[in-house]
Design a protein around this ligand. Structure first.
Ligand code: GAL
Length: 456
């Protein structure tokens, strides 16, 4: 295993048994957190999520995004906190419905506010990574059938051209679309996210249109700024059969894995939209080789069992906090290294664009951070080109259908008073960033019980 410190070895980066031991990260590694416009800005009244929140039963406890984290008025308060914690990057998204509130009409004031935010990040030494679509669509688009309508591809292309033309001098790292796989599955198959549909045909249409929209955005951005780095963000779940001895479980796990991950990876590598994205395979050439990097979002492992409830937890595994759909997920650190190796095989650099857990009392997060980052370090030591890590999330924020119930922040937020209180994890993350390493001191201070797993 990478970074094993045993005896009085000579590697100065890792110290000795007597002194501090270290799992170092590469120089220039990007450290930050990730957010999404609708979850933090507040008063995004003009998008489909705002409308969805008004629907009875859509959001747990009837919660609303409301003011969210008040970023539209004062993101700078959190930027100050980030700078104080040593973050050198931040992943945020721009809200399409603010920039293009009516079809074909662009709002200069919204652009001005985003320029102010991006400049504010840069001034604090924080490199912005900007996502152009993170789950929320303008209402005018939703009225036209949203992402089921193939016209969404052209609409997105026009929006991206405008946003990148106006903001491109401040942004070198772009993500086109966040998690098309999750967006299609939760919004159009499972009915848990806006627009709340349960329609497999629509689910695959939406995935196909988002992949085409990604390709269009990639081409537009590269034409405007050849030096920009542009990626697509995919959510990676480790799917495994609940019963590895059951052939049907094994097959079901492979099938889910194919639909959730491989359809996207294969489309982007060879440009082919295959079944079920298209009834007969068609080649969409702009998709071929349309990423400079992959954004990997990793949270959890799921067990597949076609006999009973389809997706389950590993029996006996540690899980994070629960929401209306049960525990958010199994805590499975080894999965981080596994998914990174899988994505690395696609041959592009990787940013971990999200990873985290809901943990209101922060009794799991310090251990989560240490064990998952140890797996990132291991992947890097074994040759995977990981350029940065964005923790989900900076403060607690509006967690979609779970409302305010699930608390993902390094910093606790009271959404009513907007008062922030750093959790212990915030200090731990700062220590890791400052050392650019996981140190045995940090492990001893924050989660001594995993010392043996991290420094064997
Ligand atoms: C991701 C999503 C984020 C955030 C996170 C935690 O799938 O991109 O917006 O909600 O999950 O559940």
């Amino acid at each position: 295993m990478a970074g094993i410190a045993q005896g009085d070895h000579k590697d100065p980066r890792q110290g000795t048994r007597q002194g501090t031991r270290k799992l170092p990260f590469p120089e220039g590694f990007l450290w930050g957190a990730a957010t999404a416009a609708h979850q933090v800005e507040g008063n995004n009244v003009n998008n489909d999520w705002w409308a969805f929140e008004q629907r009875r039963g859509a959001i747990w406890h009837g919660d609303r995004s409301g003011l969210a984290c008040n970023w539209w008025c004062n993101a700078e308060a959190d930027f100050d906190l980030m700078a104080g914690m040593g973050h050198n990057t931040h992943r945020l998204s721009v809200e399409w419905s603010r920039i293009e509130p009516e079809e074909g009409t662009f709002d200069a004031a919204a652009i001005a506010r985003y320029r102010e935010m991006l400049t504010g990040l840069r001034r604090r030494g924080i490199e912005p990574m900007v996502t152009l679509f993170h789950f929320s669509s303008p209402r005018w688009l939703a009225r036209q059938g949203g992402w089921c309508n193939p016209a969404a591809v052209g609409h997105f292309r026009r929006f991206v051209r405008h946003a990148v033309d106006q903001l491109g001098d401040l942004v070198k790292l772009w993500c086109t679309i966040n998690e098309p796989n999750v967006y299609a599955a939760l919004g159009y198959l499972l009915g848990m996210h806006a627009p709340g549909e349960k329609n497999p045909r629509h689910c695959f249409q939406v995935l196909s249109h988002q992949l085409q929209a990604h390709a269009a955005a990639y081409r537009v951005i590269k034409a405007l700024d050849g030096s920009a780095q542009v990626g697509l963000v995919v959510n990676l779940v480790v799917f495994e059969p609940l019963d590895p001895a059951s052939r049907i479980s094994v097959r079901a796990a492979r099938l889910v894995d194919y639909v959730f991950h491989e359809l996207t990876f294969r489309s982007v590598s060879d440009g082919k939209l295959r079944f079920p994205l298209s009834v007969s395979p068609v080649t969409h050439s702009p998709l071929i080789d349309s990423v400079d990097f992959w954004g990997a979002n990793y949270y959890t492992r799921k067990r597949v069992s076609p006999q009973r409830q389809f997706l389950q937890l590993t029996p006996g595994a540690e899980v994070s906090d629960s929401g209306q759909f049960g525990p958010y997920g199994e805590i499975y650190p080894e999965g981080m290294c596994r998914v990174l190796k899988r994505v690395a095989a696609l041959g592009k650099p990787i940013y971990i664009t999200e990873s985290g857990l809901p943990d209101a009392d922060d009794d799991q997060r310090p251990r989560y951070l240490l064990t998952h980052l140890a797996q990132v370090q291991r992947a890097i030591a074994e040759g995977v080109d990981v350029r940065g890590y964005y923790h989900w999330s900076f403060t607690d924020n509006f967690e979609w259908a779970e409302g305010w119930a699930l608390r993902f922040g390094l910093i606790a937020l009271d959404e009513k008073t907007q008062v922030r209180a750093p959790r212990r994890s915030a200090q731990l993350y700062t220590d890791i960033i400052r050392a650019n390493a996981i140190t045995s001191e940090a492990v001893a201070t924050y989660a001594h019980e995993v010392m043996g797993d991290i420094f064997r």
